[in-house]
Design a protein around this ligand. Structure first.
Ligand SMILES: [Fe+2]
Length: 569
């Protein structure tokens, strides 16, 4: 069965995906094609592109899966949320007036219609999968746990009026355990603090996480802990005061609460307090729920699980054996998630581990040559590309690589990646300057799987979350000595652990670098300019290469170097 998943009404990262016999074969977000970060337009381009990648036409599609409920279908979840707001408002005058003012909007938005499906698909059968069901399905049906009973948890800011859900999965079936109403969203609280610290919500939460390592968690952690009720996760987790911040994160109603809690603290201490609080609250609950459900393996999705430090702490829980995070844990992953849920429902497909995330637009020899010819750049097709690239990296050069299928999800994993040696920590400053970025977490390293335990002793081979850069590990003495540019001040790093079978051309470059330097790891940062989506096409790659004035570009089987360019000019 072939299913087209469409995420058409999310607030950000609309997307499309094709699932064939329970397996994701193509997936892309609209932002990569429109070149507008977090784009939420109808995913026309993404739908056309996944068909192109899969070599299919509309006729091949058996079923459509929509991610997210249409507005009128959201009424029960909206009613639950507003019931809780009303209760909290009994003890909070600000919430009382908020509740009153929201009533008209609340019903008006339920009247909105879902956008029309493109003509070519309008006669296809379809199913609608609720937001958190789609997140949870994206995690479970691509997870590596085989037949063992798996706990599935989604947590995000808010979707379909909820901020999370819990399920168990076995075989093709997912059993629903609970939904969490959005007033208690710790992720929205995190976003509110992100704005409080002067950053952009939905984009820069990772900066706050990076900043946290520089600060002291107290006193903010304790102040926040006083405002929550850990024994009442489902109903009244947050105090009415904190609920003001989750319900209106960016206006005075929410921001005044944060000022009161954190006005006397440095940026670093706010970030540290917030991160420590988030870890403590989520860990407490995950421990409890996983024991209750009697599961040792957990699959996660939803934007909160982009928090790589939190993921490390979860894996450290004594009752947890392994965790897996869907590589596109944010709303960009909803199209695939919805389609996977529909596939399980109508074709009883069981989880199939997704061994790589190279599911997007493909750069090949033909389109790379065409783009290079148009650009006027001098290029050649080296016989031993990996060896040349490894030598350039060993010589301290910065090498971009754009080849094969684009990564699905927020992380570049080799196919739209910029590489450099990690031997000198100062690269974090000057390479970020080149890309016009500010970051507090250092670049992430990619490391050959065979050597990973020397650098990250806690990593075990079955911990595939590290293939997708979704978790941090403690860095060994060797790592601190050999790859200082990729180790954070708290002595952790967020590695991509690469096996040759997952991406041989990319692996071979790092293996060549290893042979020449003795270090099995280089920096892997995403190939994009400041605030732009990751490069998608060969033309995007050439533009970003020139804008950032990098030393070399691998485009498909071709190599462009700055040195040869200069001699050519
Ligand atoms: Fe979401």
């Amino acid at each position: 069965m072939i299913i087209l998943g469409i995420n058409d009404i999310a607030h950000h990262n609309t997307s499309a995906a094709i699932i064939q016999d329970g397996k994701v074969i193509a997936a892309i977000e609209e932002e990569r094609l429109s070149r507008i970060k977090l784009d939420n337009q109808y995913p026309h381009r993404a739908i056309a592109e996944v068909l192109e990648i899969a070599g299919m036409s509309a006729n091949d599609i058996d079923y459509i899966a929509f991610a997210g409920l249409a507005p009128r279908e959201q009424k029960p979840a909206s009613d639950t949320l507003f019931k809780h707001i009303k209760e909290a408002a009994e003890h909070d005058s600000v919430l009382k007036s908020f509740y009153r003012k929201q009533q008209l909007d609340r019903y008006a938005r339920l009247l909105k219609k879902r956008p029309a499906l493109p003509e070519a698909f309008k006669d296809k059968p379809f199913d609608v999968i609720e937001h958190h069901h789609a997140h949870a399905a994206s995690a479970y049906y691509t997870s590596p746990f085989g037949d063992t009973k798996t706990g599935i948890i989604s947590l995000d800011g808010s979707g379909d009026f909820s901020w999370g859900s819990v399920w168990t999965g076995q075989g093709s079936q997912m059993a629903h355990i609970m939904h969490l109403h959005a007033m208690n969203s710790i992720a929205l609280l995190y976003s509110a603090f992100t704005v409080f610290l002067g950053f952009k919500h939905t984009r820069h939460e990772g900066k706050v996480l990076g900043l946290a390592a520089f600060g002291k968690a107290e006193p903010l952690r304790s102040r926040l802990m006083q405002e929550i009720n850990l024994d009442d996760w489902e109903d009244r987790l947050l105090s009415p005061k904190l609920a003001r911040a989750t319900l209106r994160q960016f206006t005075e109603m929410g921001q005044s609460v944060l000022r009161e809690l954190a006005h006397d603290l440095s940026q670093e201490d706010v970030a540290a307090g917030l991160q420590a609080f988030t870890e403590e609250v989520i860990l407490h609950w995950i421990k409890k729920i996983s024991l209750q459900l009697d599961v040792k393996n957990l699959a996660f999705a939803g934007g909160l699980f982009a928090n790589v430090k939190l993921n490390q702490r979860i894996l450290d829980l004594p009752n947890i054996e392994n965790i897996y995070i869907h590589p596109n844990m944010g709303d960009g992953g909803l199209a695939a998630g919805a389609a996977l849920a529909v596939s399980a429902k109508h074709a009883s497909t069981a989880p199939q581990f997704m061994p790589h995330a190279y599911l997007g637009t493909i750069i090949n020899e033909d389109n790379a040559r065409k783009a290079l010819d148009e650009s006027g750049l001098k290029y050649r097709k080296p016989e031993k590309l990996a060896e040349e690239a490894g030598q350039l990296l060993a010589n301290g050069k910065v090498v971009a690589r754009a080849d094969g299928g684009m990564e699905y999800g927020p992380r570049a994993l080799g196919n739209r990646t910029v590489m450099a040696s990690c031997s000198d920590a100062s690269i974090n400053k000057w390479l970020n300057d080149k890309f016009q970025r500010t970051e507090f977490m250092p670049f992430a390293p990619v490391i050959l799987a065979e050597h990973s335990q020397d650098y990250f002793p806690d990593w075990q081979e079955n911990q595939v979350a590290a293939h997708f850069m979704t978790i941090t590990y403690n860095a060994s003495e060797i790592a601190q000595k050999n790859i200082p540019a990729a180790v954070h001040v708290d002595k952790t790093a967020r590695p991509q652990i690469i096996r040759r079978q997952d991406n041989p051309d990319y692996y071979d470059i790092i293996a060549e670098f290893h042979q020449k330097t003795g270090v099995p790891s280089v920096i892997n940062t995403s190939f994009n300019m400041h605030e732009e989506p990751i490069v998608c096409s060969a033309n995007d790659a050439i533009r970003a290469y020139l804008d950032a004035e990098l030393d070399a570009l691998i485009l498909g089987p071709f190599l462009v170097t700055r040195e040869e360019q200069l001699s050519h000019d």
